[in-house]
Design a protein around this ligand. Structure first.
Ligand SMILES: [Zn+2]
Length: 560
């Protein structure tokens, strides 16, 4: 709405809303009381979580299991009273992968089952009593020493990781001090914005990450060229039999010393045309360490491994599930909420991110059961392909809302691509995401949208007793609100308690239903319902940041 039209309409709107909203809709406080009553006293959120995790199980993108989850969530959203529940295809993503069988045992010097879990997109194989070699190479030169020595061998790839006693608790909640620090945090406008121009520590972290990615790509290529039979990696975190496991690494035909080229056009294991992958599994750390130490002592070790997997390449598309609660006088405008339906395959994707999905579905149910009529349409979106790169939400935004064009060649450093919008871009008030585990909501990240602070302040204040009133100017990344933020739409992720997300559940075999506390889930669903409802009822949409590309980046920092 333009400024002129706004001033003409202001008086009428003020009078009209005073009459109509009081006559037809409950006051804000009454509505929130109804939401709290339904969400905290008659919750269904754990039942939804159990179906997604226990019954459907892991939901790797491209698999029939994820398709089943898409269809079940669609039908369930219809059952609870949503309209227009549907699947929307995006893609092509690539091929899916389902584990059909796995056995792993040490056979020499003793027989012992190995605590190991196959990496996704590993191909079928069977190796009997194969010799194990420890390739503890931390550089390309060290790797070269193994040339010609690995054919038909099973490789332990990488160093021993020290296991420490658990003096520190694995689960944490944000303390009052943590929350205060977040509330006081400067917004991203006060931090460097030029990509690559972060603090020296951040630069060093980035350099290290690139070095390790380069070494990983070099290793994968080397093992494939050398005819390695099977790769066993140490679980990157966790202990006590917990295994963190994601996708297999793929050999590359690119020059692995050219990081930029690899970064841009790296081959993905789910690509239909991906080169042959050496079968790979992650191994529980105590088991891995023992195998490595035995070899170090000069002991001969053999293992037998059998892996059966099914690749799904009939339909290379993936699907998002969407459904709506239609609005009333502002039904053409939309408020969105979402989480991602896809997961990794080692656990049942409970905290990442069936929790977010169950919370969003429960928020829709709460609003319907409380008999509330939103003015704007409320649309829930359950994404896929998040784990491989926010693909599902990115495709949705591109198809319906807008996209950011690539930076033209030769543009000065710090230039951001121009955003091209579709008509629905103007009609989306906000998108709310939940994908930082199963911990309760403690507040919200403004994502640099300072103008939204005054809107959220009184809303979250209503949830102070549930510990959810912190507002931080800060950004958070790594999940689907970024797809909206990227094109200048207000996309928010809530602040959540970590619980055991990073120590135990995130992408691990322990990401299961039992790690999601009921009280946290109920709290999150109640607050999610209230936030989308209040957004849908507001006269004005949520304020926006300036569209990226329309304004020079604030406080630019020179590249060093
Ligand atoms: Zn994840």
């Amino acid at each position: 709405m333009s400024f002129t039209r706004y001033t003409h309409l202001a008086a009428a709107l003020l009078l009209g809303s005073a009459l109509s909203t009081q006559a037809q809709t409950p006051s804000q406080a009454d509505a929130v009381a109804k939401i709290r009553d339904e969400g905290l006293n008659r919750s269904q959120v754990m039942r939804t979580l159990s179906y997604l995790t226990d019954v459907i199980g892991p939901r790797l993108t491209g698999t029939p299991a994820l398709r089943r989850a898409n269809e079940w969530t669609r039908d369930e959203l219809t059952r609870i009273g949503c309209q227009n529940a549907r699947l929307e295809a995006w893609g092509p993503f690539g091929r899916g992968w389902t584990l059909r069988g796995f056995e792993a045992s040490m056979t020499t010097p003793q027989v012992r089952p190995l605590e190991a879990f196959p990496k996704a997109w590993s191909p079928n194989t069977e190796v009997k009593d194969a010799e194990v070699v420890w390739v503890n190479a931390q550089s390309v030169a060290e790797l070269e020493k193994f040339r010609g020595k690995l054919r038909g061998k099973v490789v332990l790839s990488g160093p021993i990781r020290e296991v420490k006693p658990h003096f520190e608790p694995e689960a944490t909640r944000l303390t009052e001090k943590d929350l205060l620090r977040m509330a006081d945090s400067p917004g991203p406008e006060d931090k460097p914005v030029v990509p690559g121009a972060q603090t020296p520590e951040a630069q060093e972290r980035q350099r290290q990450r690139r070095r390790s990615l380069m070494l990983a790509a070099t290793r994968a290529t080397f093992y494939q060229q050398e005819g390695v039979a099977f790769i066993l990696d140490p679980s990157r975190a966790g202990d006590g039999g917990n295994i963190f496991v994601q996708q297999a690494s793929v050999a590359t035909t690119l020059d692995t010393t050219n990081m930029e080229a690899m970064w841009r056009s790296g081959v993905k294991p789910w690509d239909k045309s991906a080169p042959t992958i050496v079968p790979q599994a992650a191994v529980g750390i105590e088991t891995y360490n023992r195998l490595a130490r035995m070899l170090d002592q000069g002991e001969r070790v053999t293992v037998s491994l059998r892996l059966q997997a099914e690749f799904h390449d009939q339909d290379l598309n993936a699907y998002n599930t969407l459904a709506e609660l239609p609005g009333t006088d502002k039904k053409d405008e939309v408020v969105m909420l979402g989480g991602h339906l896809d997961s990794w395959h080692g656990g049942t994707g409970a905290t990442d991110n069936a929790a977010g999905v169950a919370v969003c579905m429960e928020a829709m149910r709460i609003l319907k059961a409380a008999g509330l009529q939103p003015r704007r349409t409320i649309r829930v979106a359950l994404w896929s392909g998040e784990e491989q790169g926010l693909y599902g939400s990115e495709a949705y935004v591109k198809q319906h809302l807008g996209e950011r064009l690539p930076v033209p060649a030769g543009a000065p450093a710090g230039t951001v691509g121009r955003v091209v919008t579709k008509p629905d871009h103007a009609k989306l008030s906000a998108y709310y995401n939940l994908d930082n585990g199963a911990g309760k909501i403690r507040g919200i990240y403004l994502q640099g949208n300072e103008a939204a602070r005054a809107v959220f302040r009184p809303w979250l204040h209503m949830f102070k007793d549930l510990g959810a009133s912190t507002i931080t100017a800060d950004n958070t990344g790594g999940t689907d609100h970024l797809s909206f933020d990227e094109v200048g739409l207000p996309g928010f992720q809530f602040i959540q308690d970590d619980l055991e997300y990073f120590t135990r559940t995130h992408h691990s075999t322990q990401d299961v239903y039992d790690r999601a506390p009921t009280e946290d889930m109920k709290q999150a669903a109640t607050i999610m319902a209230a936030m989308v409802y209040l957004t849908a009822m507001r006269d004005e949409p949520i304020p926006r940041k300036p569209l990226p590309g329309t304004k020079p980046a604030a406080k630019p920092v020179r590249r060093s």
